[in-house]
Design a protein around this ligand. Structure first.
Ligand SMILES: C[S@@+](CC[C@H](N)C(=O)[O-])C[C@H]1O[C@@H](n2cnc3c(N)ncnc32)[C@H](O)[C@@H]1O
Length: 351
């Protein structure tokens, strides 16, 4: 069969973009760790000036800046080779406290890829890899990836979209944040609702150690406490709100988790489920966002689920119908989609 040269060129074009993006990931993380973006945001600089500003070697900084300009992450004035950041580049690349912080996603991606030999082997054996056995950069990169979105949406949009929940939390209330990771959502809710008690939990002890540190740094240890526990076993009862942020699909037994959540809620309590944006059929997810999530799913989500008992591995592109099935199988009677962003869908479930 004759090879269509145009189609080969089309594939090569795609490949060059992907290869460039793959190595670009490492360079973004270098810029994040060394403060190169932040220093460039202080004002335009030649490579030598940026190297002096950041106490780095000028030869490396030159190569880094040229690659960043080729990728559109920095601007260059070729008359004198001076680099700068636009307002938008500075917004997205310099401050983890903003509602967008792109380098965090690359920390997560590079951390995930460190498991490649084990993931390759797992494809053959069907064995799992627990979240707790991933590289440290998966844990902190996940926080850096998701936290900006939570800053942008959790308190301003997602919680108010739930039926009566913010009114209740304004005058107190109990929240369980299960699968909380490093607790960024727990801390944000504790800050927004000083009268509420937030109980974060995660099955990974190291994540819980870091969550306690985050709560201490934020000055909310009086109202945000953490325990090592699975979503099937976390302690406490009579919660007004239980939250699961981007973790239900990671669990080997999400239905057992949903049963436990229902028993831990007050009869009129609410379960807020935040899951990756996805359509029900995989064909709806064959797009750039779906590609990101399927990529993480085969390295992180499916391996974690297969490392646990239960027999489920929903994956990061489960979609509304799959989430609804888990929720209703556990006896919840009301379920609705309340909000969405390009990366997340937020659901409300009531007993
Ligand atoms: C993608 S991370 C999300 C972490 C955090 N909720 C966030 O949004 O940043 C998934 C989390 O689920 C946790 N996890 C996985 N299986 C679990 C289980 N069965 N019970 C509780 N936590 C679990 C992992 O340790 C990890 O912290």
């Amino acid at each position: 069969m004759a090879v269509d040269q145009d189609k080969v060129m089309e594939l090569l074009h795609r490949f060059v973009g992907d290869l460039g993006a793959t190595v670009h990931a490492g360079n973004v993380v270098v810029g994040h760790r060394l403060g190169l973006y932040k220093a460039l945001a202080e004002g335009p600089a030649t490579p030598d000036e940026l190297a002096r500003r950041t106490d780095c070697h000028p030869r490396y900084v030159t190569e880094w800046l040229r690659g960043q300009a080729a990728g559109g992450y920095v601007e260059v004035d070729t008359d004198g080779e001076r680099y700068s950041l636009t307002e938008e580049q500075a917004f997205a690349l310099t401050n983890p406290e903003n509602g967008v912080y792109l380098p965090g996603a690359f920390v997560l991606a590079l951390g995930s890829l460190k498991a490649e030999p084990r993931v390759t082997e797992a494809f053959r054996t069907g064995s799992g890899i627990g979240w707790a056995d991933q590289d440290e950069d998966v844990i902190v990169g996940c926080e850096q990836f998701f936290r900006p979105g939570y800053i942008a949406s959790l308190v301003p949009t997602w919680l108010p979209a739930l039926d009566g929940v913010t009114d209740r939390l304004s005058s107190g209330g109990k929240i369980a944040d299960t699968g909380c990771g490093l607790g960024s959502s727990s801390v944000l809710m504790a800050q927004a609702f000083p009268g509420a008690q937030v109980s974060g939990s995660d099955y990974d002890p190291h994540s819980i150690d870091l969550a306690r540190k985050r709560a201490a740094d934020a000055g909310v240890t009086d109202r945000a406490t953490f325990e090592v526990a699975t979503a099937q076993t976390f302690s406490g009862s009579d919660y007004d709100l239980v939250t699961t942020f981007d973790c239900l699909h990671d669990m080997g037994d999400p239905v057992a988790a949903a049963h436990h959540i229902r028993s831990a809620l007050k009869p009129d309590g609410t379960w807020m489920i935040v899951e990756p944006f996805a359509g029900d059929d995989y064909t709806e997810n064959l797009n750039p966002v779906g590609r990101v999530y399927y990529g993480f799913s085969s390295f992180l989500c499916v391996p974690n689920a297969l490392s646990q008992s239960g027999g489920y591995a929903l994956g990061a592109q489960a979609g509304e119908a799959a989430v609804r099935r888990v929720v209703t199988d556990a006896g919840f009677t009301r379920f609705r989609r309340v909000s969405e962003t390009p990366f997340n869908i937020v659901y409300e479930a009531r007993p």
